[in-house]
Design a protein around this ligand. Structure first.
Ligand code: ADP
Ligand code: MG
Length: 438
């Protein structure tokens, strides 16, 4: 049984909290209402006691926006997030709340708000926060952690949160990089309600064909007018998933790829950085196999790397190349952040997962662990030919993608280990075996 998300409801008075907010929450079994606060003093004193994962607060309960911002920023200590509801007259404070995306997961005006949608919004906010939990590893790695990853105040349980920037890569074409990247992104965003942004950076971008998206808008929007607004305008949406594609115009692709300096304002690196607004739990980058800035900038930007390989001799060589090239290419990724995904595995495979690891380890002096083994499944290509997300047609892919999630998202174990009733109503019983060598 998965641990329910704990929610605290707060607002000015009994009416708002018990009649407007509460009813919808009672019927959502994924959430547990830990408490209610009908006035400011109660909210102030109870928030640090309950430590809810999600606070749903009608801003009228606070003396002013500054006081509320101050209070909810303390929720970082336990990785909690807030949904702010603005009553008429308080909507001018929207900007201030939206400026703290790590803690404030959403700002909604109460006017015209469908209160029945609040539990789903709260669920998504809480799951996104859970997914942002980082593995706490050795100190040197933390020191090298990218901006946006912060320590908690001393004396509290150390929780490291931040956006996971996951590069998916292979130096061999056809291994399944796009399939894995898209499957991971769709599973996180659509089925697990975790806020995710997929970058489809191949030439042409695979997401356009696989996920029925368009080539416009694309990264070109950013290249022409670098900034946060233009990268926002490059986003396409598929159900709950945000996607940005590379341009399919060869000349534009080539020109963007000629900006080698990551510090240039219109570089691919700058585009990735501009897209990280603090609201995503995951940014997943489907990289091309050629060593141009389209591969390299995302690689520098990434804090985790998935190398996709088939259990073949050619992919063993390709993986060896990737691992030894990382240093030469200037990647600073620590070894703990690198994983293998063995894809298209079958009885007939030339190597077992164990043999593949051993071959790698004997050629280099180490091998990354395997985050998932994904079996060969013709349903994947069939789905892609019909332009529907492959995880909706392949249990083997779903199982593999969930293994990846359980390895990369330490906050998600509870959600994943339960017998999952998917959003689309189909029941699936995916066990989550962690792959172990030996
Ligand atoms: N687990 C799998 N089983 C069967 N076919 C797969 C699997 N993963 C990927 N494929 C197929 O392999 C081909 C290459 O996949 P793709 O994701 O485009 O690879 P890449 O991005 O690495 O070039 C596609 O036809 C895809 O349908
Ligand atoms: Mg591809």
């Amino acid at each position: 049984m998965a641990q329910k998300l704990s929610v605290l409801l707060a607002g000015p008075g009994h009416e708002v909290v018990n009649y407007q907010m509460m009813p919808a929450f009672l019927s959502d079994s994924r959430l547990a209402v830990a408490g209610q606060a009908m006035n400011w003093d109660v909210l102030k004193s109870q928030l640090p006691v309950y430590k809810p994962e999600v606070l749903v607060v009608q801003a009228g309960v606070a003396p002013g926006p500054d006081e509320l911002i101050n209070l909810v920023s303390g929720m970082q200590a336990w990785n909690g997030v807030t949904l702010v509801l603005l009553p008429p007259g308080a909507t001018g404070a929207r900007g201030a709340f939206e400026n703290m995306p790590g803690v404030v997961a959403g700002v909604h005006s109460t006017e015209g708000l469908n209160f029945g949608e609040l539990p789903a919004l709260a669920y998504s906010a809480g799951e996104t926060a859970r997914a942002r939990l980082m593995k706490v590893s050795a100190a040197p790695v933390m020191a090298a952690a990218p901006a946006g990853v912060g320590y908690m105040p001393p004396g509290l349980q150390p929780v490291l949160t931040g956006t996971k920037r996951i590069a998916v890569l292979s130096h061999a074409g056809g291994a399944g990089v796009s399939t894995v990247a898209e499957g991971l992104a769709y599973e996180l965003a659509v089925r697990l309600s975790i806020k995710t942004l997929l970058f489809s950076l191949g030439m042409p971008a695979a997401a356009a064909s696989h996920l029925r998206l368009r080539y416009i808008p694309s990264m070109t929007e950013f290249f022409e007018r670098p900034g946060r607004a233009s990268i926002q305008s490059a986003i396409q949406r598929l159900e709950g998933l945000d996607v940005i594609v590379a341009p399919d115009n060869s000349l534009e692709y080539l020109r963007m790829g000629q900006v080698v300096d990551t510090a240039a304002p219109n570089s691919i690196y700058a585009g990735l950085t501009a897209a990280e607004d603090g609201s995503y739990a995951a940014m997943i980058m489907d990289l091309p196999g050629a060593e141009t800035p389209w591969m390299l900038h995302p690689l520098y930007f990434a804090n985790q790397l998935l190398i996709v390989a088939r259990p073949t001799m050619a992919d063993l060589f390709a993986t060896r190349h990737t691992l030894s090239a990382l240093n030469i290419l200037g990647s600073k990724l620590p070894r703990e952040s690198i994983y293998l995904v063995l894809n298209q595995v079958s009885e007939a495979s030339a190597f077992t997962p164990r043999q593949f690891l051993e071959e790698l380890a004997s050629a280099l002096d180490w091998s990354p662990p395997i985050a998932a083994v994904i079996e060969h499944d013709p349903n994947i290509l069939a789905a892609q030919n019909q332009r529907v997300p492959a995880v909706t047609r392949s249990e083997k892919l779903t199982r593999g993608v969930r293994q990846i999630i359980s390895n990369l998202f330490p906050g998600m174990e509870n959600t994943l280990s339960q017998t999952q009733e998917n959003n689309n109503g189909t029941k699936s019983v995916f066990r989550m075996p962690k792959f172990r060598l030996g």
